[in-house]
Design a protein around this ligand. Structure first.
Ligand SMILES: Nc1ncnc2c1ncn2[C@@H]1O[C@H](COP(=O)(O)OP(=O)(O)OP(=O)(O)O)[C@@H](O)[C@H]1O
Ligand SMILES: [Mg+2]
Length: 413
């Protein structure tokens, strides 16, 4: 068997994807009856699973997938879905054109006339040229797209990766448009109901989607979707990963190394697991020897300051200012900085709540104490869902990831 590659940031290729077989079975099973949400924190492997679904479809599904992280309007989403359909399932698109779908037909004609200037892979440009008022007309195009997709007589899976980002981007521009989109999206998911529909939606994103909608008072807009949480890798899987990646490269290591890596990782973020194991391999390659737990410790300590992991860790810091609203945003920075300085015992929930309340009062927040407590609970839930913290013993909280804790202490403690 070919040795699996290391992946440090990009999605894992389907042929190298480990530990997700059961989850992939569950998702396909769930999709037979429902629309599905894959909720999981950053960098845990959502897109890798989605790419697998796309590469190895089941139950006769045609799959089209789009990441909408940088979009701020539903028009962009549908233009991209249509472009993907045209490029990845061209015979289906051609059939729909022959059947009289004028938007696709005119876009293809435009592309034919302009291919020299815009290049062949510019179907999205062609779509926009065909209707200069796309943004205003997005709903009409979207409804027509769904009608056409239902006519092909084959189940169709539409994967929307990072939907919470589209929602946040829209919220920044125009909340009324966002509510309109969410209302429309819910309606088309339920009418017809999935049992009588050939279209399925698979939505991916960080768990903040529920919080985001909660803040808009619109959480019921997604409660028809089956949530399939991406399983957290077990300690055993981490050890298996280390064992396999090192053994197949001929690395000599003492039997305690996989366990040591698992302990130092804390709650394993798959991305850190890859990064550390790759570092162990590189260190051995530079200086072939029997790798020991002491080497593992040195590598962990070195990673916290290494240039390579800097940007990746910084991401966890910056994303709070993007996704958390005040006063939770500044409170999150405060609590994480305190936690980074705490011992392995962490800090009690009660003490964290105290810090939170004090912080809010210094900021001049005037809400009543019940709503402050609910803000605190909300913050703790987000920090847990996003993998920053976890309960290390009863009512005591600590950083989930050992790497992140050391890094936070160094730069923000
Ligand atoms: N099954 C797996 N086994 C080992 N490592 C994995 C696995 N899945 C993901 N990873 C690691 O996580 C990284 C990110 O994977 P992926 O892009 O699929 O996650 P994501 O949740 O979509 O991330 P993001 O939140 O950035 O979109 C990969 O580069 C790899 O290091
Ligand atoms: Mg992703």
């Amino acid at each position: 068997m070919k040795e699996p590659l290391f992946y440090t940031g990009e999605p894992v290729e389907p042929c190298d994807l480990m530990f997700r077989d059961d989850f992939i079975d569950i998702v396909w099973e769930s999709l037979r009856q429902r629309h599905v949400l894959i909720a999981a924190p950053r960098r845990t492997g959502k897109t890798s699973v989605m790419n697998h679904l796309m590469e190895y479809p089941r139950h006769g599904f045609l799959v089209v997938s789009q990441n909408v992280q940088d979009f701020d309007h539903p028009a962009g989403l549908f233009q991209s879905l249509l472009e993907n359909l045209y490029e990845q399932h061209n015979s289906v698109a051609e059939r729909l054109i022959r059947g009289g779908w004028s938007l696709l037909k005119e876009s293809r004609q435009w592309l034919g006339r302009n291919v020299e200037s815009v290049g062949a892979g510019s179907f999205k440009i062609a779509l926009r040229k065909t209707d200069p008022d796309w943004n205003a007309n997005w709903k009409q195009h979207a409804d027509e797209t769904l009608r056409q997709l239902r006519s092909i007589g084959q189940p169709m899976l539409l994967i929307i990766d990072e939907l919470p980002d589209l929602i946040l981007n829209m919220r920044r521009h125009n909340e009324a448009d966002l509510r309109d989109f969410l209302g429309w999206f819910r309606k088309i998911r339920q009418d017809p109901p999935p049992s009588r529909d050939t279209i399925r939606w698979l939505i991916g994103g960080s768990t903040n989607i529920a919080s985001t909608l909660d803040e808009l008072g619109e959480v019921d807009l997604i409660n028809d979707i089956a949530e399939e949480p991406l399983p957290v890798l077990s300690e055993e899987q981490v050890r298996e990963f280390v064992q396999r990646m090192l053994s197949c490269r001929g690395v000599d290591f003492s039997q305690t190394v996989p366990r040591r890596i698992s302990v130092r990782l804390g709650r394993p973020i798959p991305f850190f697991m890859q990064l550390v194991t790759q570092e162990v391999f590189r260190s051995w390659r530079r200086e072939p020897r029997k790798i020991t737990t002491r080497d593992v410790d040195e590598i962990f300590d070195g990673m916290v300051t290494s240039q390579a992991s800097q940007g990746k860790l910084q991401h966890y810091h910056s994303r709070i200012s993007r996704y958390y609203l005040e006063p939770r945003q500044s409170a999150a920075y405060l609590l994480l900085s305190k936690l980074s300085l705490a011992s392995d015992q962490g800090i009690s929930r009660r003490a964290l709540q105290q810090l939170f309340l004090q912080h809010c009062s210094e900021r001049g927040e005037t809400s009543d104490s019940a709503s402050m407590r609910s803000q605190f609970n909300h913050l703790m839930r987000d920090l847990e869902n996003d993998f920053y913290v976890s309960e290390c013993s009863k009512d005591q909280f600590d950083f989930s990831s050992g790497v992140m804790k050391s890094w936070w202490r160094k730069y923000y403690g």
